[in-house]
Design a protein around this ligand. Structure first.
Ligand SMILES: Cc1ncc(C[n+]2csc(CCOP(=O)(O)OP(=O)(O)O)c2C)c(N)n1
Ligand code: SF4
Ligand SMILES: [Mg+2]
Length: 343
């Protein structure tokens, strides 16, 4: 019996080469849909698996780092500590590509401080938040992104206002801020691809329903709500550097944004006229959506001006992790010379 040949990418790898262990999450969990799109994006971009480090904290979302890119390095850290551990990993070896998955609890509750400082430092990485409004792993308590007045059978009524993680990213100086919905596979995939091409921290807040604890029809983090209310800002396509540019859309409706190193994001305007280069417009968009109870998705803000952490620290081309001991540890004479300067 002959088996059909699987398509291969520019590295000669198949899609299966980008998979990880089988998922142990509940059937239908939004996090598994995000995993599928991470695998698809990595395959389509022909990412070298050995250059990727999978980073995560604790939660069902953070567990999902085990379910993709099984040939890559990985570090499942403590709850809320993924940003700190990733910052350290980047300083040790800035030639690796961190790909992080976190939850709304992991990022928005216990990890909020670390999240803000990672963004301040502009650690170049793809940072995906799988946002379901609850702590899924610990049986469905409200998280910091749950809506005020939300009701859950076991958790009761949430009396606190939600934290908007895209707004938090924007005011912390993040240059790539996007929101998506696990049920919108194409948008999630294209955003992940664009995030990999971004030169800095790229945050994608993906509304990812918890089918076990927060998927009732009144929940704004449910499949039913997402499908009925999603308002994409644009139809978004990522075009890698090596792919031919084909003009598909009428002029005036399309905006191409070039990223560091040559790839492009093509934005086809839908109902709104949002300009992702305008930071104040991005803040106003989120504020308006919050007040109106709208669920907008797409690329909210994009700006590539800021130096990354490795650039601000002036790290050389060779990663610290690969420098020989005598370079890392200056001789006693060097310390004596520094001390002499203060005499
Ligand atoms: C320091 C610490 N506090 C609390 C916990 C318990 N805990 C484990 S996962 C979790 C919340 C996870 O929620 P989220 O990040 O939203 O992930 P989800 O399971 O919803 O995907 C909590 C509170 C922990 N593991 N460590
Ligand atoms: S409890 Fe919720 S978040 Fe966790 S695996 Fe099940 S559906 Fe997903
Ligand atoms: Mg959660």
């Amino acid at each position: 019996m002959t088996t059909a040949r699987q398509p291969v990418n520019a590295l000669g790898l198949t899609r299966a080469d980008y998979r990880g262990a089988p998922s142990t999450l509940c059937a239908g969990c939004g996090h598994d849909s995000v995993t599928s799109q991470i695998i698809a994006a990595a395959f389509e971009l022909a990412l070298p698996p050995q250059r990727v480090i999978r980073m995560s904290g604790i939660g069902c979302s953070s567990k999902s780092a085990a379910y993709f890119l099984g040939r890559s390095h990985g570090f499942n850290s403590l709850h809320g500590r993924m940003p700190a551990v990733t910052t350290g990993a980047h300083v040790a070896n800035h030639t690796l590509l961190p790909l992080a998955v976190s939850g709304d609890g992991d990022t928005g509750s216990i990890g909020l401080g670390g999240f803000k400082h990672l963004l301040r430092r502009n650690v170049p990485m793809v940072y995906i938040i799988e946002n379901n409004g609850v702590y899924g792993l610990t049986k469905g308590q409200f998280s910091a992104t749950a809506d005020e007045g939300a009701r859950l059978k076991h958790a009761g009524v949430n009396e606190l206002p939600p934290i908007d993680l895209c707004a938090e990213a924007l005011i912390a100086g993040c240059g790539f801020v996007a929101r998506s919905f696990a049920g919108d596979a194409k948008q999630v995939r294209e955003l992940i691809k664009a995030a990999f091409a971004f030169h800095g921290t790229a945050v994608i807040d993906v509304i990812s329903p918890c089918v076990t604890f927060n998927n009732h029809d009144d929940s704004t983090k449910s499949y039913a709500y997402g499908k009925a209310h999603e308002e994409p800002l644009h139809d978004l396509t990522f075009i890698p550097r090596y792919e031919e540019l084909v003009e598909e859309f009428a002029p005036g409706e399309v905006r191409d944004v070039r990223l560091h190193g040559g790839p492009m994001i093509r934005l086809r305007r839908l109902a709104t006229d949002h300009d992702p280069a305008d930071r104040m417009a991005a803040i106003a968009l989120l504020e308006h959506a919050r007040a109106a109870g709208e669920f907008i998705t797409g690329l909210i803000y994009l700006s590539e001006g800021r130096p990354t952490l490795a650039e601000s620290l002036g790290l050389g081309a060779t990663p610290l992790a690969e420098l020989p001991a005598d370079t890392l540890r200056p001789p006693p004479e060097a310390l004596a010379a520094v001390n002499d300067e203060f005499r």
